[in-house]
Design a protein around this ligand. Structure first.
Ligand code: SF4
Length: 369
């Protein structure tokens, strides 16, 4: 049985593990990115490479050391470096003594033959096409459940009565999905997880701020790369709406753009009329849509040296003024520290509070608001 691995992106590994095992592979689970991962990434990736390339580089070295023979990853469309990741990683890994095979999934509508060839390569159980389709359906359903559960934690965390109870419960209920393998079991596990989170003691009347999170996909989806920004914001009394989940991104890149994405592109058109690679256009479009929906602020997460996000950042200054919405940008790399990030977040939250509840600025205590 070939030993297969893939990049670590939040909790999605739970679905990918099930899918790849169903197809007859032995899965080497990628460890959560850590300082060790970054050290390997910095050691082997080019210095000027963008941050996700370094984190993935480190993850691949770690999983190769654990015996991985095949790495499954996604490609990239548009004019940025994402489309070259697979080749760069492969050359470096071979050069440093890990002769792994890299299977790169490009959007199936653009590359249908490659998609089928990749599936056939991973179908080591020699399942029929119909059975493979069923495996993909179950994996997709598990991804949907993971995204929905995570999105609910963003709503509950700023209202929890006992600090940390949402994160603690979240970590526990995720294990329900690990044991679910059929579609019915996944639906039941999802419902049980959502119910437990909703049952947590909360102050539903507590005034909370609403912030949209925009930016590049990897740093949005991998909490280890964004220093758990969603959790920090939740503890500061902020309800976070993340502009992208793995399921929404996959739908946009496999079937067609959803109506939300079309609306986002429309909003961005006066500033960025074309795809500039990565998620630069979406960053600008989502910021405008968040402003139109009355959000209190937007936070942009950008990997250091990410060109699409740098372009978006220059535009966001105008967008922030024109749409009267505060925007904070974090450029993330291996040097970014959690304490510094938290300090900036606290100042940003204070600014949004005073804008939303001017009595605070007049010196009244928060309890009076
Ligand atoms: S989107 Fe940004 S971080 Fe991702 S590959 Fe392109 S330039 Fe690098």
């Amino acid at each position: 049985m070939p030993r297969v691995t893939f990049p670590h992106m939040g909790e999605s590994y739970r679905a990918f593990k099930m899918l790849l095992e169903d197809l007859g592979n032995q899965v080497i689970l990628p460890p959560r990115p850590s300082k060790r991962t970054l050290d390997y990434g910095v050691q082997y990736a080019p210095e000027f490479a963008c941050f996700p390339l370094k984190v993935l580089m480190g993850t691949y070295v770690e999983t190769c050391q654990m015996g991985a023979e095949i790495i499954v990853t996604s490609g990239g469309v548009g004019p940025c470096r994402a489309g070259q990741y697979g080749q760069i990683h492969k050359r470096i890994l071979h050069h440093i003594g890990y002769p792994v095979e890299l299977i790169v999934f490009e959007p199936p509508l653009l590359h249908p033959v490659d998609f089928l060839r990749n599936i056939r390569r991973l179908n080591n159980a020699r399942l029929s096409y119909r059975a493979v389709w069923e495996c993909i359906r179950r994996g997709w359903r598990k991804l949907q459940a993971l995204d929905r559960i995570e999105a609910l934690t963003h709503i509950i965390r700023p209202r929890e009565l006992q600090r940390g109870s949402t994160s603690k419960t979240y970590r526990r209920v995720l294990s329900y999905l690990d044991q679910a393998t059929t579609l019915d079991q996944i639906t039941e596990a999802e419902a049980a997880a959502l119910d437990e989170l909703k049952a947590l003691p909360q102050d539903r009347e507590r005034p909370v701020l609403k912030v949209g999170l925009v930016g590049e996909i990897y740093v949005l989806l991998e909490p280890a790369s964004n220093l758990e920004i969603e959790e920090t914001l939740g503890h500061l009394g902020v309800e976070v709406d993340r502009s992208m989940y793995l399921t929404s991104w996959t739908r946009d890149n496999t079937i067609s753009h959803t109506s939300v994405t079309q609306q986002v592109h429309q909003a961005a058109r006066p500033f960025i009329p074309l795809c500039i690679g990565g998620h630069g256009r979406e960053t600008v479009g989502h910021t405008i849509v968040y402003a139109q929906h009355g959000y209190d602020g937007v936070i942009q997460l950008a990997p250091f040296t990410c060109i699409p996000e740098i372009v978006a950042r220059t535009v966001l200054t105008t967008v922030s003024t024109r749409y009267n919405i505060p925007v904070l940008t974090f450029f993330l790399d291996e040097q970014t520290g959690k304490a510094g990030m938290t300090t900036r977040l606290e100042a940003f939250v204070d600014l949004m509070r005073r804008k939303k509840w001017p009595a605070l600025a007049a010196g009244q205590p928060a309890a009076a608001i």
